[in-house]
Design a protein around this ligand. Structure first.
Ligand SMILES: [Zn+2]
Ligand SMILES: [Zn+2]
Length: 284
């Protein structure tokens, strides 16, 4: 039986161990993915430290997975070997509970989380249920695609449902793993983007990523600075940092939800977005 390397957490709070395991075979309704890249998300700390209820060990974290389908299990007809796919935080649903029947798969009562409910992407091959995978478009490097599976969809979806429209002022607090993506999405959505960071060192990066304004929350009062830009009527405030430092104390800011629904709609948008950079097909 062929072997692979995995990076597992042996117990809550334990150090990572790199060990060899047999390459698993996909069960019914599953695909096996040859992992090309896996992002490191702060939420992986839940697996590392055992802070998610019911976690069973050893467990392999990783929910920002990009790879290629390498084998399909029985009953799988919608996916085939060789397809590029990604897996994010949403690791599957039962399709039968009231939430699922309303199309709200992210709130499935039996929903699975990749790298928590089952082994994630810190390994050379992983198994995933078909409802957890989404296509990755050609032309997107796996290392670039992987973080879009969690950090990307979280910021993209929050902004998409914020109610903001082109030209509206949108503030992104935190220029880190989520914020650096949130700024780029917000810019591409046509918003007026105000990035809020701590210290002057993030200004050039924020502006390079598409922020129109930069507010240093150490050197100024972000609430007052945002008001100068058009508050108190911002369309959206994307808190992209776990730290509350620098969060403007403003009333009536519509806080955007951070949700992680199935990836299909997001990837459709992504494909569309990418295709705009490609030559238009010649009319027949
Ligand atoms: Zn994550
Ligand atoms: Zn369900």
């Amino acid at each position: 039986m062929a072997k692979m390397k995995v990076a597992l957490v042996p117990k809550a709070g334990g150090d990572f161990e790199i060990v060899e395991r047999e390459i698993p075979s996909p069960g019914a309704g599953q695909v096996r993915i040859k992992v090309q890249a896996c992002g490191i998300c702060h939420s992986d700390v839940l697996t590392k430290e055992g802070s998610w209820p019911g976690l069973q060990y050893p467990r392999i974290p990783g929910h920002e997975v990009a790879g290629i389908i390498d084998e399909v299990g029985s009953g799988v007809t919608a996916w085939k070997k060789g397809e590029r796919v990604g897996v994010g935080w949403h690791g599957g649903q039962d399709n039968t509970c009231p939430a699922c029947r309303a199309g709200d798969f992210a709130n499935c009562v039996a929903g699975a989380v990749t790298g928590i409910s089952y082994d994630g992407g810190y390994q050379q091959f992983m198994l995933a249920p078909i409802e957890a995978v989404a296509h990755i478009p050609d032309g997107l490097d796996p290392a670039d695609a992987a973080p879009l599976m969690c950090a990307g969809i979280t910021t993209f979806n929050s902004l998409r449902h914020s109610g903001a429209g082109p030209g509206d002022l949108v503030a992104v607090q935190g220029i880190g793993g989520l914020g650096h993506l949130g700024i780029q999405f917000a810019n591409k959505f046509g918003y007026r983007v105000a990035a809020v960071g701590r210290g002057p060192e993030n200004e050039s990066l924020a502006k390079k990523l598409g922020a129109h304004h930069y507010i240093d929350s150490k050197a100024s009062n972000p609430a007052q600075e945002l008001q100068k830009l058009g508050f108190p009527a911002p369309r959206s405030f994307l808190a992209a940092s776990a730290s509350k430092a620098g969060l403007p104390e403003l009333p009536a800011i519509p806080k955007t939800p951070c949700a992680s629904p199935p990836l299909a709609a997001y990837v459709r948008w992504l494909r569309n977005f990418l295709s705009k950079g490609l030559p238009k097909p010649t009319p027949a």
